[in-house]
Design a protein around this ligand. Structure first.
Ligand SMILES: NC(=O)c1ccc[n+]([C@@H]2O[C@H](COP(=O)([O-])OP(=O)(O)OC[C@H]3O[C@@H](n4cnc5c(N)ncnc54)[C@H](O)[C@@H]3O)[C@@H](O)[C@H]2O)c1
Length: 378
């Protein structure tokens, strides 16, 4: 059987990460056919051709619509800036292709709803690049929560702190512009944190929030100062559907933090804490020790955790971010080969988009926003 043919659009940070995953996934996982790197597209012919040579794709094109139409392409993999996701993913679904799209799924709830509906009626496999929940230690955290090992969940506190915009000298990019990015820190970082919260403790029922922009103008590459159109910081105070209280705090100006996707999760009999900057460690508190000896212990990633053993037979040697992309790629290809559902899919992408919008609405109106999950697409 010929392996699944991939058409990759966008050859920047994420395009390269997806291409690396594509090249190595069948070496790591032996339960799928090796995928084919069928076609790669970028904004022009020259950069697409350069990327095809470097990343070993069979064909290059400067027009993404030609990639979507290519009969060798089974999966359209969208790795372009946020404003292009909707148009590209929709065209791919209409062409009957499976679609993997980087996060956030779209710019607005209306776009995300349309994509989720189109994906459902196309009957194809669909996925969103919310890759941090593929971490074997996060899958272990979920097992610990759902098995009741730390009792009933009492409280979730999540943060995602990065400092890529902390310097006032950091340039104006597409991530600062509403038309191209949608929201700011919320879409870029908050989308991952919201998915993490959904995965571990569930969805919000009601929330209050605020957002703020600390650095209001940034210099464009041509030297002209431009107004930043979206937020640097977002904070939300949440009551989950279960009634559990949760907080989310998201910042792209968190000086010194590089990939601080982190949480504390407190239960009646124990607690978990995690920080993506130490992604091979999950801290677990279960108590029960003698007075003066109780405390968190560190579970160090090893073959007993999720897909770790596929990469390495020895514990404590550690996985990295590109390995999470390999796991994500594997799960998606397996879903295509078996005709199964992939998680996180477009429905989860839509759910994340709805929470991001609720945070923006609550912040703009200074009010509490209630989320109604009864009208889901599935
Ligand atoms: N999952 C993650 O952890 C993660 C991390 C970073 C970025 N992302 C997401 O990935 C997406 C891309 O971000 P990035 O950091 O790779 O951006 P980037 O700017 O590094 O790359 C974007 C690429 O898209 C290409 N492109 C732009 N317009 C195009 C067009 N019309 N046709 C074809 N190609 C076009 C650009 O030439 C470039 O190669 C964003 O949606 C972002 O949110 C996800």
């Amino acid at each position: 059987m010929a392996g699944t043919g991939f058409g990759l659009i966008g050859t920047g940070f994420m395009g390269r990460a997806h291409a690396i995953a594509l090249a190595s996934v069948a070496a790591v996982f032996d339960d799928i056919e090796a995928p084919r790197a069928a076609c790669i597209a970028d904004a022009d012919e020259e950069s697409a051709a350069r990327a095809a040579r470097a990343l070993r794709f069979e064909r290059a094109c400067g027009d993404w619509r030609a990639l979507v139409a290519d009969s060798a392409v089974d999966v359209v993999d969208v790795c372009t800036p946020n404003h292009l996701h909707y148009e590209m993913a929709l065209a791919a679904l209409e062409a009957g292709k499976h679609v993997f799209c980087e996060k956030p799924l779209a710019l607005t709830v209306a776009e995300a709803e349309r994509l989720a509906r189109a994906a459902q009626s196309a009957g194809v496999v669909h996925g969103v690049g919310l890759n941090y929940t593929t971490n074997p230690m996060i899958r272990t955290a979920r097992e610990i929560v759902t098995s009741g090992e730390i009792g009933e969940v009492l409280h979730f506190s999540g943060r995602y702190f990065e400092d890529y915009m902390a310097s006032p000298e950091a340039p104006f990019t597409w991530r600062c512009e509403r038309r191209l990015a949608g929201s700011g820190a919320l879409a870029d970082l908050g989308s991952h944190l919201i998915n993490m919260m959904h995965y571990l403790v569930g969805r919000p029922r009601v929330l209050a929030a605020d957002t703020s922009t600390a650095i209001r103008e940034r210099r464009r590459p041509d030297g002209v100062m431009q107004v930043v159109e979206n937020e640097d910081v977002a904070r939300a105070f949440i009551e989950l559907e279960s009634g559990v209280p949760a907080t989310l705090e998201i910042s792209r100006i968190a000086t010194g933090r590089k990939c601080g996707l982190a949480f504390d999760l407190f239960g009646t009999r124990g607690a978990l804490r995690f920080d993506q900057e130490r992604m091979n460690e999950l801290e677990l508190f279960t108590g029960g020790e003698a007075p003066g000896r109780a405390g968190y212990r560190t579970l160090l990633a090893g073959p007993a955790h999720g897909d770790y053993a596929r990469f390495c037979p020895a514990p404590g040697h550690g996985l990295g971010i590109n390995d999470l992309k390999v796991i994500e790629m594997h799960d998606f290809i397996r879903a295509v080969e078996r005709g199964e559902r992939f998680y996180p899919d477009f429905d989860e992408g839509l759910a994340v988009q709805r929470v991001m919008q609720a945070i923006e609405d609550a912040a703009a109106e200074h009010c509490r926003v209630t989320l109604d999950w009864t009208a889901e697409t599935s």
